[in-house]
Every structure is written in C-alpha cells, then in structure tokens.
Design a protein around this ligand. Sequence first.
Ligand code: HEM
Length: 447
Amino acid sequence: MLRNFDVCFAGHPCRLSEGIVKVNVRSMWGAQQWQENGRRVIMRGVMGKRFIFWVGSEPRMCLTDKNMIKEFFIKHNNHSGKSWLQQQGTKHFIGKGVLMANGMEWYHQRQIVTPAFMADKLKNYAEYMVQCTNEMLDYLSEALRSSGSTEVEIGQYMVQVTAEIICRTAFDSSYQKGKQIFETLTQLQHLCSQANQHLYFPGSRFFPNKYNREIKSKKKEMENLLKEIIASRKESIATSHRTDLLSLLLSETNKTKSKKKIDVQMVMDECKTFFFAGHETSSTLLTWTIMLLASNTEWQTRVRAELNMVINESMRLYPPAFPFPRMVFDDIRLGDLDIPKGLSIWVPILAINRSEDIWGKDANEFKPERFADAQTSTPGKLFMPFGMGPRTCIGQAFALREAKIVLALLLSRFSFTISENYRHAPVNVLTLKPKYGVPVHLKPLSS
Ligand code: HEM
C-alpha cells in the first residue's frame, strides 16, 4: 500500500525538450532552474518530495530522500529493473544489451563484459586515448589554420574523439570503419526519441508509419554493418590474442556448454550498447566541461591541478546521463513505504543536483571548489553521476580517465573563450546535450 506522498496524474513531471524546459505539471520537487536564450525558467514544486506520475500506462514514483535512494539502488537491485516500456523505447538502437537487461540475463552479461574494464586494461587504453586525442587536436589545429577563423563548434570534435577512442579500445577497429555505425546509431537514437514522444497505444509499434518504417530500415542497415565486422573478426578469433570487448563477446559465442553462452544477436546488442554508452555520455561530459571552462576562463589555469573538481562540478550542473527509472518487480518495503510491484522509482537527478536545500544558495553556479575535498565536501549530499549499486556505470573509470586525458591535452595546446554565438539550450535526448552545440574561440597557446 502506498502512503505518505502526493499523487499527480498529469504526465511527465519535468520534460526537457526542444531546448526549453516544459513543465506540464505542478509537481516538480523543489525548484529547478534553466537558462534558455538568456531567459531563466524557474519551476517551483508544490507537490512535495514524493509523488506519483504516469508515463503512458506506467506509474512512476519520484524519490528524493538520500537514504531511501541508496537503499533502493543497493539493496533492492534483485527486485527491480528496466521496465517493458523502457526496453521498448530503446530496443531499436541498443536492443537487449547489458544496459537494458534484467535479472539473470543482466547478471551474465555484466560478468562477461566486466573484464574489459579492469584496471590492467584501462592502463593499456590510456595509450589509445592519448593517441586519439593528439590526432583530433592536430586535425582541429589544421581546421583552424585552413578556415582562418578562431571559432569552432567544439562538441563535434568531442564526439569524434570519444567515438574513435571507444572504437579502438573496445572493438579494436578504426573510427573510419566504425563511423558508418555511429552515424546510423545516432540517426536511430533521434528517430526513437521522436517516435517515443508520440502517443503510444497497444500495437502502435507495428503500424507502418513514417517513424516505424525509417527505424526498421536504419536498424537493418546498422545490423548488416555489425555483422560484417563480427564475421571478419570471427575468422581470426581462434588465432588472435585480443582482449578487447568484442573478442570477449565473440569467445562466449563459442562456448557450447556455458550458461553464459550468447548468440550473435546478443553480441550485436552489446556492441550497440557500448557504441552508445561508451561515447555519447563522455562526449557530452567533455562538451559541457569545455562550455563551463570557456565561460569561466580563470579556471583554465587552475584546472590543470584540479581536474577532478571541475569534472565533478560539470557533472553536477549538467549530468550527462541519469539512472533510468527502475520498475519494482516484487512488493518491497522501502523506508516507511510499502512499494507494490509494477511501480517504477524515478530519481530527479537534475533537481537534486541543483537543489539549494542541498548545495546552498549558489547551487546553480559553477563552483568547482565545492568538490575541493571529495571526502568532506559532499557530506549528506547525494551525488551519483554514474548511478549507484550493482548496476553502477561499468565504464566509470574509463570515462574519467578519458575525460582527464582529453581535457589535459586540450588545455596544454589551447586557451578558449565561449563564442557570442553560443545559445544555451540543454536538451534531453537520453543524454543531456547542448542543442545548438558549443561554439568557442580557440587560441593556440604557443602563439
Ligand atoms: C561521463 C561518462 C558517463 C556517464 C556520466 C555515465 C553514466 C551512467 C549511469 C548514470 C549509468 C546507470 C544507468 C542506470 O542506472 O540505469 C550507466 C550505466 C552504464 N554505463 Fe555509463 N556513463 C558514462 C560513460 C560510460 C562509458 C565510457 C561506458 C563504456 C565504455 C559506459 C557503459 C555503461 C554501461 C554498459 C552501463 C550499464 C550498466 C549496467 O546496467 O549494469 N558508460 N552509466
């Protein structure tokens, strides 16, 4: 039985779309502020810190209590997971990979991919990260020289470098080879996001409408490309000693008796998941961090010694990814609540990260020093940019190492300021992106 929170039947509590925060209910907790084209949009909640809202046919409960969130993510992982509705929303571009799997399927997949992110592998990956970043910076310098302009949209370079890094480290293939897959995956992601904004009713996914037709054809295109890479790698798998993610996955397809045996469709879904999760979030983190540094130039000199603080503050203000809502599959007791199965738990990360009650009056300001001492600067605060509990981000160490390498190399070669053409418009397309990119003026440090 549910008690002690307000109920709202009006729809999404907070929806970031088209760069403008649209609040179509009164139920947002606390206050959430956003800046759109210089205009500050302020939402104030009137429904309290716990409430229920509906997403289509799925009831979701907003939870903001730190202890209950921790208890839920850590203790109740076995009784919760991604709902059918969420799996439907992402199935065309990431399928049933580890991000969307539940129960034993998730457990087996997580076991298979974990070795690819162990400390010894990360050490090897660092070399690729440096190499890919230097190549990107050379390319960037050349682009500036040939255009004669100082302005670039930096986001596209961050997408390119993180895509190249994940291709080389996880799939041992070059960016050029994986480029087509990335483009198709990005198109699919946008198509799925647009399709999800339309009314869902039972059976609607089978309708041959514009979105469904395009999604089907793009999905086929991408899977054919992946099949080509898999086929060429399968031939060499027995003789090579590769330990990248794709090799780990392919070796599991050969295990006839293993409980963990996976088929080619699963390998493809896992590849799509890592293509998506492995660069989308990281490029977003880098782009927002550069936007913040370009707007707060004094931090460019300090950041060399204090990268951790800057990266944390960037993820607080612009969390690249939020934990997906988790559906409760069995009745559970959570704090003072009895949660029935079928209810999803949703944590409003943006509201928590910008709450004045938690972070103080300057919650909306860029102040990396609030993370000066990671042990003591966040007591009593909930900060979970990589999720929490057994399903925490598998690529966390990878992403942080990559972010530090890319930022450190960029800062060693350029200083930068935000362009007057920058339009602040965060938009949620599964990750939190700057809708119009981040144009900056770059100045080579040697000149
Ligand atoms: C700044 C960069 C990143 C951020 C902020 C981020 C954030 C997250 C978050 C919040 C989750 C939890 C999702 C949930 O609970 O529903 C997650 C899961 C995951 N992330 Fe990341 N991530 C980042 C980079 C990466 C990278 C580089 C990889 C792979 C190379 C990766 C792979 C994954 C996978 C596979 C999961 C699913 C884990 C599971 O369910 O067991 N992520 N990430």
